[in-house]
Design a protein around this ligand. Sequence first.
Ligand code: GUN
Length: 633
Amino acid sequence: MEIIHRDGLARIGKFSTAHGDIQTPTILPVVNPNIPTLTTEEMVSLGARAFITNSYIIRRNTKLRERAEKYGVHSLLGFDGPIMTDSGTFQSHVYSDVEFSNVEIVDFQRKIGSDISTILDIFSEPDFSHDRAKEAVLETHRRMAELPPIDDTIMAGPIQGSLHMDLRKMSAELMSSSQAGYLPIGGVVPLLENYRYDDLVDVILSSKVNADFSKPIHLFGGGHPMFMGMAVLLGVDIFDSASYVKYARDNRMLFQDGSRDLSKIGSFPRWSPLYGKYTVDEVRNASPEERFRLLSMHNLSAIFNELEEIREQIYQQRLWQYVEARSRSHPYLFRAFLRLLDHSGSLEKFEDLSKKSTFFYFDEYSERGPYFRRIERNLGYLMSPDKGKFRVLSPDHWHPGRIHSLEFVSLYERTSERFLVPWNNTVIPVELDETYPFQQMISSGLVRPDSMAVAGEWPADGKLPEGIESGSRNFRLERVRTVADFQFGSGTGRKLFPDACEVRVSRSTGRLRSVLLDGRLLATLRAHDGFFTLGIAGAEILHDISPGLENRVVVTDDSAEFNAQGYNVFFKFVKKFDNAIIAGNEVLVVDDADHLVAVGKSVASGPEMGYYRKGVAVKVHRGVREKPEADQD
Ligand code: GUN
């Protein structure tokens, strides 16, 4: 799996199979070769690019079996793109009859030319005891392990474990280290059918974060558009579902926020393939077969519409906000959103340093999201009582234009206290006012009245207020140091930017632009997110002050040669790395002997870094063997 765009755990990616690439996120519509509802061409015209069918159903039916064995599953479905086959686990779980062994059903899938074949895993129901679910996990793994090495199909290794998160983790780890190249989350159909989205949040996350990130995560049966955004946010790449036909059979129509009864519908939405072609009455009065077909088409469109929207949200890095807003469309989704907030601490590790999109603050729930966890983690030290006195400025002064008035700067430079400014329900250092997400935010302004406590009044005459501690400091220097502390960890700023450095301001915008020392560029402040891009001189200092693997990506010697000349680092050449790397942050590229060879921006977070084999891991801005960078204005 190759990442093309990322937004936290969500990704737009590319997964290669023998019959072409699958662009994710996507859904594989279920094709039942016994009961063809829509043709594969019709489904392709609605957005399908890959399908899933059931090898067990084909194997049990003599006619289908013979055709599949002779001409292959692609001919059987009339489709030349990627086809995944399931094993019949679900059928054997529901009907308790197992006609074929695991080895037999996998052999059959290979024989008919399936691109992704599934083992006969053990379905773990949500109410299974720990012992019983553990047995399902271990037996599922045993069935993967009993197969010989397979290279003519990609093996799907389902993650089971019921609602026992330790078992989901165990199963994810076992399957990740097996020959499975594709990881579906199984045993979740009863949760999906009963709208238990909150439990699904736990199940998906504990499977995903313990799985190999280079393998696609599939949610077995997760085809309701209403939950897909949240599932993708948690790292699901691929869905499959028969929901488009199942709902159609009950005269129900899928929409992005739920399902609606045909009998209650007043009109079709514009995006529906039925719009403008049929009236609601015509569909209601159509023959049962025709109605079923038409509603199936509508339902599949609803699914692909939603996926298109999700993809765009990832591209714009707004998926969290989309899910936050959409969670209000249904009480069960809202309940799941609250469960998601319980996991903000884990999700934070995968969030980029900054996003392309503006940060939205709706209400108090917004401040339980991953970025707030990061702010607490990074700025908590400022608030601790032993870090000296601080003073909260009145919100009237929380306006970048005013806060940087000459009076403010003059006062600031004659004192030694911390100045904090209100930001939603918390306070942040005034020095960070141009850094993501503090400035790049739109807020409802709906904050608790008590969060605005003002500890010090602003003196109109520029005189030092009563009781304030006097001192001597430089506002520009303190600003760049505070940003460095926020970006690289507390205490970095003072070392990265020593007293002797020069902080330059843009002549055109008046904003901080770069920091130099002895004529060498330490860092440039990016206008769009207020974080630093390091120069080689800055990287050298960060290298000297960061112990062990901190802030580092260690590459092979071959790669180091190229990276030193300014070329990007590819995942396959990464040997070791700091597990705490934040995606989008600056990293030091070093060789085995810990010599700095380049500095660049990490494409992935530490927890993901070790898994990918394809694509760029670090976008290098500068190699040590290139000529020194110039400071441009
Ligand atoms: N279809 C729906 N759920 C499952 C599952 O857990 N395993 C398999 N193989 N197929 C499924």
